[in-house]
Design a protein around this ligand. Structure first.
Ligand SMILES: [Ca+2]
Ligand SMILES: [Ca+2]
Length: 194
């Protein structure tokens, strides 16, 4: 077959209905693309969420840890965080009947808070005998610096100081753990779908 014949064979004119079918297919593809687009497309497209009013929430957890135990907490709000404050409080507890012969040595807790950007603050403290103790960690954000996402908060009881005699033989009684109260205050600009 000559080359001219081959070209002629494949150069058949497109039918009227064929042209309509192609135009329709192109139109449908564009319509589907437009429907799936998640960008802001004038007044007809989906609008991005906007920051609403400032919300303030406080959550309190009363819990207990055995020595060397860790508890994890997560804060996940749909909004722009302006502030998060975590406060850990614990008091001396145990067998009062051991007193005054034995002293209950302090318990050591660590509080760690990691913000949505991965920044971390950590603090460790031990209560004095017969006293309570507090650790406070705060993240505050300037305007237009507010992060979005999750805060992770961990509480660890590093050491539950045991009961030791005030005088006499060096034989102690184990302090197995301690109660604590974790208070999480969070302020955020709630994101509202416009
Ligand atoms: Ca103790
Ligand atoms: Ca204890």
């Amino acid at each position: 077959m000559k080359i001219e014949a081959v070209i002629k064979k494949y150069q058949k004119p497109i039918s009227f209905f064929g042209a309509i079918a192609i135009v329709s297919a192109v139109y449908i593809v564009f319509a589907i693309e437009a429907a799936n687009a998640d960008y802001y497309d004038g007044d007809d497209g989906p609008k991005p969420p906007e920051p609403g009013g400032l919300k303030n929430e406080t959550t309190t957890y009363d819990d207990h840890l055995d020595e060397l135990g860790t508890h994890e907490y997560e804060v996940n709000k749909s909004g722009l965080y302006t502030l998060l404050r975590a406060t850990l409080y614990w008091d001396e507890e145990g067998e009062d009947s051991y007193e005054p012969l034995l002293t209950n040595y302090g318990d050591t807790f660590t509080l760690t808070v990691t913000d949505p950007e991965g920044e971390s603050q950590s603090e460790t403290a031990t209560n004095d005998n017969g006293q309570s103790a507090t650790i406070e960690i705060e993240f505050a954000y300037a305007e237009n610096q507010e992060p979005v996402g999750d805060f992770n908060i961990t509480v660890t009881l590093d050491d539950a100081g045991d009961y030791w005699p005030i005088i006499g033989p060096s034989v102690g009684i184990t302090d197995p753990g301690n109660d604590y109260t974790l208070t999480i205050e969070v302020e955020y600009l709630e994101l509202i779908q416009a």
